[in-house]
Design a protein around this ligand. Sequence first.
Ligand SMILES: Nc1ncnc2c1ncn2[C@@H]1O[C@H](COP(=O)(O)OP(=O)(O)O)[C@@H](O)[C@H]1O
Ligand SMILES: [Mg+2]
Length: 349
Amino acid sequence: MSFIEIRNLRKVYRIGSEKVVALNNINLDIERGEILCILGTSGSGKSTLLNMLAGLEKPSRGTVTIGGKYDITKLSENRLTRFRQKNVGFVFQSYNLLPALTAIENVAMPLLFQGVGKSKRNKLALQMLNEVGLKSRARHKPTQMSGGQQQRVGIARAFVAKPKIVFADEPTGNLDTKTTYEVMNLMVKMSRENSQTFILVTHDSEISLFADRVIRIIDGNIESDERVTEEQRAVLKEELEKIRLEKEAEAEKEAAEKEQRKAAKAEAQKGKGKKSKPDKKAKKGKEPSEAQGGKLKKRLFEGLFRKSKNPQPETVQVELKAGEPSEPSAAQQTPDEQKKDEQGAVAHE
Ligand SMILES: Nc1ncnc2c1ncn2[C@@H]1O[C@H](COP(=O)(O)OP(=O)(O)O)[C@@H](O)[C@H]1O
Ligand SMILES: [Mg+2]
């Protein structure tokens, strides 16, 4: 039996007398640990399918059985909410971070839902931020971060509780090409490391090459179901290598320019016959810039094409003074759940 079994899944939306068949009759088996892409043009039914798999919407007909246990189409809303909190992570196109919370607070949110204590929560969240290369941004709020950084926080949040399934609906839709590749690389690497099932929705066939298997969907029907070939992967690998080298060159250039500025400044001070003052910034131990973070880049680009075992988590010292929200809030929730929360309908265990 497959990890996820979709049988005769159909979804029809009715608007007045209009009928839209979003999913016609989907049959699909997804294995545990599979990295699957659902590829299709806008309006083809991708998000509808994803929502059915996550139990966010009920189908008109058909079943979605997960782990041989639940037909999630039959679960009550309360049990579905618990099922999602325990088993599912989401990455959204628009990040969906809570603006009032810092990066670390956003990332810790799913752990809060699971009843993990504060210090462990913070420790795991910081560890996760470290993995996505944003440890130094732990106390930043979403508005203080770039789109790519926000999505990396979103990824950290989706993966922090080690859910069995991670869904990503057009996760790179708002990102530039380089950031897209980095973000994809990161998600695929994390999924592989933890043997998580990763289900990606995109309209971009290039992005689909990050997956092991690509399902193409047209007008609510599966049109093809193919493995990504070694050849295709080689092309992607080449692209990634190009970006890595470009970034490396950029970082080197930046470092060289910095050196030059430093030398010029020292020269100027010597000319004035002054003693050179200590560099305040250097004294404060300024955080390295993203471009200088050679280690981060290496991490981003390694491990995509190999299946690695669970790494030993690094121990991270946590010192947090940031305020803690006392109530689970909407960070890890889907828009539907948020709506329900607003109506006071979500039950907490
Ligand atoms: N809540 C809804 N009410 C009515 N029609 C919908 C709704 N959600 C999606 N649809 C329709 O179903 C079809 C598939 O939509 P969707 O799954 O969002 O496509 P995709 O994610 O591939 O762009 C589209 O024709 C869309 O207009
Ligand atoms: Mg969509």
